[in-house]
Design a protein around this ligand. Sequence first.
Ligand code: F6R
Length: 624
Amino acid sequence: MCGIVGYVGRSEAAPILLDGLRRLEYRGYDSAGVAIVDGDRVETRKCAGRIAELAKLMTARPPTGTYGISHTRWATHGKATDQNAHPHFDASGKLALVHNGVIENYQALKDELIQEGDNSFTSETDTEVLAHLVGKLYDASSGNGTSPVQTPKARLVNALRTALQQVIGTYGIALVHQDIPDFIVGARRGSPLVLGVGKEENFLASDVSAIVAYTRDAVYLNDFDVVAVERDKFEISSVAGEGSNYEVSKVEFTDEDIKKGDYPHYMLKEIFEQAGSVRDAMRGRLSPEECTAKLGGLNMTTAELRDVCRVVLTGCGTALHAGMIGEYILEQLAGIPTEIEYASEFRHRNTPMTRDTVVFAISQSGETADTLGAMRESKRKGYRSLGICNNVASTIARESDGGVYMHAGPEIGVAATKSFTSQVVILNLIGLLLGRMRHLSTSEGTQIIAALQSLPEQIEEVLNLSDQIKAIAKKYASASGMLFFGRQFNFPVALEGALKMKEITYLFAEGHPSAELKHGIIALVRPDLPSVFIAPDDAVFSKNVNNIEQVKARKGPVIAITSGEGAGRLAKLAEDIITVPKVPDFVSPILTVVPLQLLAYHLAVELGRDVDKPRNLAKSVTVE
Ligand code: F6R
C-alpha cells in the first residue's frame, strides 16, 4: 500500500528518498513522487508508474536540498495519473504534503474551501484537500494582531493539528513548507508512521524497512501523534496539542535481512526460509518437561486460560486461511468451540459472544485495516483481544491485550508464504497450551511437541521437491486456470493454494472442500483445467480418492499432494503426484501448503509475471 519517506539532515535528500521508496516498492503502488526544498522553493517530481520512471525524471532535472518528503501512491481517490500522484500542494504552492489513508469527509472539506474562494485544485485526490486546508490555516495564522505571534514551525504544527481535528478518516502524513528550512512534520491515525532517529539527521517512514539502512533507532508513532522533525531534534505531541509518550526502540532486523541474496525473487527466498521461520516460531516456547507450550506473551494467568470457553479467530486473506486451520486445531487439540470470521465482516456484524470468549487477530503486518478494526471492536466490547503478528511494532501488536509474535523475519514478497506456516505453528502452540489444561494427557502433549519439532526437517524435504514442482508448472503453463480441493485441515490449504495461484499468476483459481465438487463445481471440470487435490494419507483420504475419480471420469487432469501410502493408491489416477512426509493432521497444512506456494511461484515465473510485485496488489492493506 502507499509508502512515505521523509528526510531532514545534512546529506542530499534525493538519493535517500528514492532509495527509501525503492525499499517500499514491494508494498504495491501505482505512482510515485518527491518534494525537496531546494533553497527557497519546493521542487517536486512525480509521475504515474514505477519508481524507475520517477528516477528518470529526477536524473533529468535533479532536485537538490537536504530535506524533503516522498511517496508511493496506491490509487484510492482518482486514477493513477501524474496529477493525482503525491506530493500535493496547498493553494500557495509552498506547502507539500504526502498522505497514506483515506480522508472520508474530503468532499465536504473541499466544498467549504471552494466556497471560500479556493479554486486551485489540480487533482481528484482527498490528499490535495488536506494540503489546501493545512496551507489555509497556516497562512491565516501569520498574525492577526490578536493572538501572540508564534514561530513559523509552531504555526505549521498547529495548522496541521487544527486541520486534522476536522478530518474524518485515516492518515499517515508528512509535509514540508518552503519557508521553514530543515523542518518536516508528520502525523498518524490508522496508518503507520515511524520516526527514524539518526545522528544529525532524522527520518520519517511508513515502514521501518525504508530507513533501516540509515538507522536502527526508531520511534513507532501512535495514533493521533504529531511529530515535528529537525536535523538534531524532534518533538512528539498529540493532535489535541498535548504531550505524547514515546520510546526509542531498536529495529529488530537489519538491512541485510531485507535483501534478496542469491534468490531471484523475495517470494522464493521466503518460501525457502520456512524451515527456519517455523523453528523460530517455536523457539523457547515448547516445554518437553511439562509436555506443553509456554506463551507468556498472552498475558493470561493459568486460571484465565482455563476459563476460556470460546475462541474467535479473525484475519484477512492468507491470515484468514491460517485462522480457518486454527479452528480445526483448537477444536481438536483443546476442545474449545472456535470460530473463524473474516475481519471485515466481524467488525461490523455485532456477533453475540459469551463473557469468556477470547479473540485473536491474525496479521503478518499487524496493520491490516479490517483486522485492526475487528480487534478494536472486540476490545470496545470488553473481550480479551490478542494478536498473532509478525511485525512487533505494528498497531495490532501494540493495541492488543497480549499475543504471540511470529518471529518470521521481514516478509517482503507480496504473496504471503512464511507468515502462513508460522501462523499455523502458533495456532498449534495455542492449541497445545489450552489442550493440556483440559483433556490432553502428558503423552499426547509429548506427541504434539514431537510432531512440531520434526517440522523444520520435513519442510526441507518438501523444499527439495522444487524442481519436480517446477516441471509440473511448466507442463500446465497453458492451463486456463486451476481448481484446488481439500478436506478438513487441508480444506483451508486448498483456499490458500488458489489464492497464491491467482495473486501471482493471474490465472482463474478456486479452492473448495473436496466434497463440494459434486454440488456444482464439477460443471467446470475439463481437460485444460487441472485440479489440485490436497489428499494426504489421513482419515479422509479415501473420500478424497472418490472425488479424484469423479474428476478423472470427466477428463480433468489431477495434481495430487499426498503422503504415506497415498502415492501408491493414486498412481493410476493422478497425472502428477507430489509426496510430502506423513504427519498428524494438525500439522499437515504446514507441509502441504509448501508445494502449492512453489507451484504458484514456478508457474508465475513461467508466465513471465512480476512475482514480487503482482498487479493491483499491496503488501499491507491499510484501507478498508
Ligand atoms: C496473500 C496476502 C494477503 C494477506 C492479507 C492480510 O498472499 O498476502 O491476503 O494475507 O492482506 O495481511 P496481514 O497478514 O498483513 O494482515
